[in-house]
Design a protein around this ligand. Structure first.
Ligand code: GLA
Length: 397
């Protein structure tokens, strides 16, 4: 990988802002010390005034359907950020945004830093929320040491990492994304020669997609009570859906233990919600018993061409801090369509957003730096039309 990615930029920015407030710390120079903030996170009620909304309105709206989650991070907790307060007030599941990624937990072989992850996990649990463990294996967050050596050495390192991490969180984290974004991204022509497997650095180091199976087997052995998920983006795309089904079929044929599938659902204003629902159905129809989660939902207000993602060229122009009302209305309608579909799917047990307020989102930096407005709450923490559209069917969009 060359240079710094938009995701890295977001992470670094958040880390830097945390350091401004940082009281303690991490005197070491490991990469995760940037995120060690110290201090005691809020453990009971939101300490900031939250929007005037009925407390719990969002989670209560879907209490008979699924958990409603969001990504939160230790910088927000340490700063007593309004997003953390809204998370407590409206959500009932938390995904630590980056604290559980392998490059932060174990930057070098044999070294494990759990402090930041513990802080977010314990905060969520103390507040009665579920925690999604994200993610044991993700190529964008794999420390270099893990991919060094022969395939069998790599397998041993992966098993030892998974064993150590899952044992540490046993009983606190009961749902894990085991493999994140391992499925082929080739949604244009479907013929890049590796079938449903993504050509990740893992694939290259191991020589096949078998590393996914190793990860699931190790995870089941490490904590037989945890629910094991594969999670991926673009599953609403019919070609990607096909790859997803192929991998699940292969798992089934090889008796690989998997309990659920996570659809990230990073959506666009022109996403067809019925395609997203077809992907839920595809899992239901062929793999009865698999639980399904929506793991990272958001909705960019831009419809960039592929070149924007590849080389930051021809990106849509910045809409600024206050997006046009018609865009917010379009977004509200698609969110409503998505939720009206999701509540009909009994296998869907959890729906998580990737952040609380628009200003929190990675989409302000990816694929290019620009104001984006992908979430349910605006930068001030006020609920957007999308929030009203999903919590109140009488709300006129
Ligand atoms: C992917 C990852 C998440 C997060 C987002 C946005 O979807 O799964 O952990 O990093 O990208 O950055």
């Amino acid at each position: 990988m060359v240079g710094i990615t938009a995701r890295d930029r977001l992470r670094l920015l958040a880390g830097a802002s945390g350091l401004l407030f940082g009281a303690c710390g991490g005197s070491g120079s490991s990469s995760s010390s940037e995120f060690i903030i110290g201090g005691t996170p809020p453990t009971t009620q939101p300490s900031q005034p939250v929007t005037g909304l009925t407390s719990g309105l969002l989670r209560d709206t879907f209490r008979n359907n699924f958990l409603i989650g969001t990504a939160s991070n230790n910088v927000q907790l340490a700063n007593d950020d309004l997003s953390a307060s809204i998370a407590l007030d409206q959500f009932n599941s938390i995904t630590p945004e980056w604290e559980l990624k392998a490059d932060l937990i174990s930057p070098s072989e044999g070294v494990y830093n759990f402090d930041d992850a513990d802080r977010v996990v314990d905060w969520a649990i103390a507040n009665g929320m579920e925690v999604r463990g994200h993610a044991l294996l993700w190529h964008e967050a794999t420390p270099a040491w893990m991919l060094e050596g022969t395939p069998s050495q790599i397998r041993t390192k992966l098993e030892s990492y998974i064993q150590t991490v899952m044992t540490h969180f046993q009983g606190r984290i009961t749902v894990w994304d085991v493999c994140n974004e391992c499925i082929s991204t080739d949604v244009y022509n479907g013929s890049n020669g590796i079938g449903p497997d993504r050509r990740t650095p893992w694939f290259d180091a191991v020589g096949s997609g078998e590393y996914m199976e190793w990860a699931f087997l190790a995870a089941r052995a490490a904590d037989p009570n945890a629910l094991l998920f594969m999670s991926d983006y673009n599953t609403e795309n019919p070609i990607k859906r096909g790859y997803m089904v192929e991998i699940l079929q292969r798992f089934s044929a090889n008796n690989i233990p998997i309990d659920g599938f996570g659809h990230q659902f990073h959506l666009y204003l022109n996403t067809d919600s019925s395609e997203a629902m077809s992907s839920i159905d595809a899992v239901d129809n062929q793999f009865m018993g698999l639980v399904q989660h929506v793991t990272e939902m958001d909705m960019t207000v831009y419809n960039d061409p592929g070149s924007c993602w590849e080389s930051e060229t021809n990106c849509d122009p910045d809409l600024g801090e206050t997006p046009p009302a018609d865009i917010l209305a379009q977004q509200a309608q698609l969110y409503r369509d998505m939720f009206n579909g999701l509540i009909m799917k009994s296998s869907v047990e959890s729906v998580s957003f990737w952040g609380v307020r628009d200003g929190d989102s990675w989409l302000n930096f990816a694929p290019t730096e620009r104001f984006n407005h992908p979430l349910l709450f605006d930068r001030n923490g006020d609920p957007k039309p999308a929030f009203h559209a999903i919590t109140d069917q009488a709300y006129i969009i």
